[in-house]
Design a binder for this molecule. Structure first.
Ligand code: HEM
Length: 265
């Protein structure tokens, strides 16, 4: 996703980032606001998608539909509903939650405030969706971008090399996927697909963490009971913060891509 658009979104985002900088984080266990699905770590029942249900290239949006937080069929969703549910579930800032659906609405030549969207439409190729994703095969090989590609996900998770300092170091379940792990896998995927796809791996970096959480999220597109977003800033993850997070990831991915290119010579 290239970041451009109306200056007011970025001004709004700047003030939200400033607010985050001067206010204390939300308390652990209180990230999802009271009264919203997932408050206190209690997620509505998970029902995998059935025949005819619409799903996207985004594991986190699909998870919302699989838990009925978005309509389970994934169809006719107002753009503003998409924004509201992403905000309350994942604690992304209102500016971010407006920008991504607004960008998709424009790409699809739809009206953000009047029209609706099916999740599959969000995967429109070269909108936000690009080749060289970490959880999907390239569009040429798999036109249905709603399906996770399990071998890629397993390969990515097998690269996890971090240890969670809060958890017993010798528990093999509690390995962490680090920025470096994501960069290494991203370099491999980009080299294979000959494609530049910086931002979706950025999503993973932000979300990144315990493999025991990531596996259900990425493979079943299911939110584990008790889970809450690691983004604890009061106004959520801003566009500004997201971009700052993507930069070091991009830097390392390029470094690994150069190494791979040297090996090929
Ligand atoms: C309304 C907001 C959002 C929209 C419109 C959106 C859309 C997308 C799209 C189109 C892709 C496919 C990109 C690709 O081809 O690699 C994607 C991937 C992804 N998104 Fe989202 N997304 C949104 C919010 C989120 C949030 C809040 C998270 C994290 C909590 C997230 C995590 C991911 C992940 C992990 C991927 C997979 C990346 C990959 O396979 O390489 N997304 N998203």
């Amino acid at each position: 996703m290239t970041i451009f658009g109306d200056a007011y979104i970025f001004t709004w985002d700047f003030f939200l980032a400033l607010f985050n900088a001067v206010t204390p984080n939300l308390k652990e266990g209180h990230v999802v606001p009271e009264g919203h699905p997932g408050a206190g770590g209690k997620w509505p029942e998970y029902v995998p998608p059935g025949e005819g249900d619409s799903r996207s290239a985004c594991p986190m949006l699909n998870a919302l539909a699989n838990h009925g937080i978005l309509p389970h069929d994934g169809k006719n969703i107002p753009f503003s509903t998409l924004a509201d549910t992403v905000h309350s579930t994942y604690n992304f800032a209102p500016s971010f939650c407006y920008f991504a659906p607004y960008y998709i609405a424009n790409f699809l030549k739809k009206d953000y405030s009047k029209d609706t969207v099916d999740l599959a439409e969000i995967s429109a190729h070269n909108g936000i969706e690009h080749d060289a994703s970490l959880t999907r095969e390239d569009t040429f090989h798999e036109p249905d971008q709603g399906k996770p590609h399990v071998p890629y996900i397993e390969e990515l998770l097998s690269m996890a090399s971090g240890k969670d300092p809060k958890i017993k170091a010798d528990d093999p379940k509690e390995v962490l996927l680090t920025l470096d792990d994501i960069a290494r896998y991203s370099a491999k995927r980009r080299t294979e697909a000959k494609e530049r796809n910086p931002d979706s791996s950025g999503f993973l970096r932000i979300f990144g963490g315990r493999v025991s959480d990531l596996r259900p999220f990425l493979i079943e597109e299911r939110i584990p009971q008790g889970w809450e977003s690691s983004v604890r800033a009061r106004k959520g993850m801003t566009l500004a913060k997201f971009n700052f997070t993507v930069l070091p990831l991009e830097f390392r991915t390029k470094k690994y891509m150069k190494e791979l290119a040297k090996k090929d010579k």
